[in-house]
Design a protein around this ligand. Structure first.
Ligand SMILES: NC(=O)C1=CN([C@@H]2O[C@H](COP(=O)(O)OP(=O)(O)OC[C@H]3O[C@@H](n4cnc5c(N)ncnc54)[C@H](O)[C@@H]3O)[C@@H](O)[C@H]2O)C=CC1
Ligand SMILES: O=C([O-])CC(=O)C(=O)O
Length: 313
């Protein structure tokens, strides 16, 4: 039997989508299809040709296809959705909700047709609500519809902790739970450096500042860029999730999952620690929370619920 490479389709060839496609190819995780709207087919093909020509320099082998045709995405193992508009300075992620819901819905209609067995990862904002929209538009089982926020939010949190202590990012562990918004919940009690709880290393007021900077981490970059939002760390986060699935790594990382009773929430897509493997979300972990942490998570859940219910279905 011929051994086939995995196939990963990235929908949306903008900043996050194109960066993700390149990183997937650099890691040789499979063949990559980068798909955008017909009006942008030539620029998409141009970006892909440019990426392919990095292959001989960086020594990676991957087929990368630039297209606007969903037929090229047929039978993808993973589909990553980055299609939609991004916010600019002065906007919130919630401002994008109905424009992006329409885009995500139409993308998912095509994904369902051409790649019915795929595992779908959603990036488009507001991402908790967009994962809910995708789940309903796809009709896939809940383990195959996953949103990205926690890897990125945790990466920001860990970056700030490593900077604060002047230690390697490799030794920092942490978790950010909840919605991808300003009331997300970095779990200080579960954060450590080389196994040492950060509460014993960083004064409480500095930890509070790190938590707050994490919560508004996306907005900090939006203000600095002046046009669009973050894409390097978001793309790296998507690639980590795809890799965990494609290699069946059974990694425990925070992702947006459908909650059906976990943490006390029903019918809500929000960020929680989960085991990612070949089946997608294979298990959700319920951490023991203090009353204060649970109250913070409840507040985040309320925000997610409000945005999700504002989607015109
Ligand atoms: N969940 C997260 O942590 C993050 C989410 N985001 C979100 O990801 C989305 C994309 O961000 P960027 O790549 O920076 O935006 P971008 O504007 O650079 O790219 C978006 C691309 O989507 C394409 N697109 C629009 N409608 C489409 C359709 N129906 N089919 C296929 N492609 C379509 C556009 O033509 C454009 O090329 C935004 O909603 C942004 O807010 C970005 C960073 C992190
Ligand atoms: O802030 C934004 O609009 C993009 C995003 O979700 C992030 O970078 O966290």
């Amino acid at each position: 039997m011929a051994i086939k490479r995995s196939k990963i389709t990235v929908v949306g060839a903008g900043f996050t989508g194109a960066t993700t496609a390149l990183m997937l190819a650099q890691k040789e995780l499979g063949n990559v299809v980068l798909l955008d709207i017909p009006q942008l087919e030539n620029p998409t093909k141009g970006k892909v040709l440019d990426m392919l020509q990095a292959g001989p320099v960086q020594n990676f082998d991957a087929q990368i296809t630039g297209t606007s045709s969903y037929e090229d995405a047929a039978d993808s193992d993973i589909v990553i959705i980055t299609a939609g508009i991004a916010r600019g300075p002065g906007m919130s992620r919630e401002d994008l909700v109905n424009t992006n819901a329409n885009i995500v819905r139409s993308v998912c209609g095509n994904v369902k047709r051409v790649a019915p067995e795929s595992i779908v990862i959603i990036l488009t904002n507001p991402v908790d609500a967009m994962t809910y929209v995708a789940y309903h538009a796809l009709g896939f089982p809940k383990n195959r519809v996953i949103g990205q926020s926690g890897v990125l939010d945790t990466a920001r949190y860990c970056t700030f902790i490593a900077q604060e202590l002047n230690v390697s990012v490799e030794d920092v562990r942490g978790f950010v739970l909840g919605g991808h918004g300003d009331d997300m919940v970095p779990l200080v009690r579960y954060s450590s450096v080389g196994g040492i709880p950060i509460e014993t290393l960083i004064p409480a007021d500095r930890i509070a500042e790190i938590v707050q900077r994490t919560r508004v981490g996306g907005g900090e970059i939006v203000s600095l860029l002046g046009n669009g939002s973050a894409y390097y760390a978001p793309a790296a986060s998507l690639v980590q999730m795809a890799e965990a699935i494609l290699k069946d790594k059974k990694r425990i990382i925070p992702v947006i999952a459908l909650l059906e009773g976990e943490y006390g929430y029903e019918n809500l897509f929000m960020g929680v620690p989960a085991l990612l493997g070949a089946e997608g979300i294979e298990r959700i972990f319920e951490l023991e929370l203090t009353a204060e942490e649970q109250a913070a998570l409840d507040q985040s859940a309320d925000s997610v619920r409000a945005v999700t219910s504002s989607v015109t279905m």
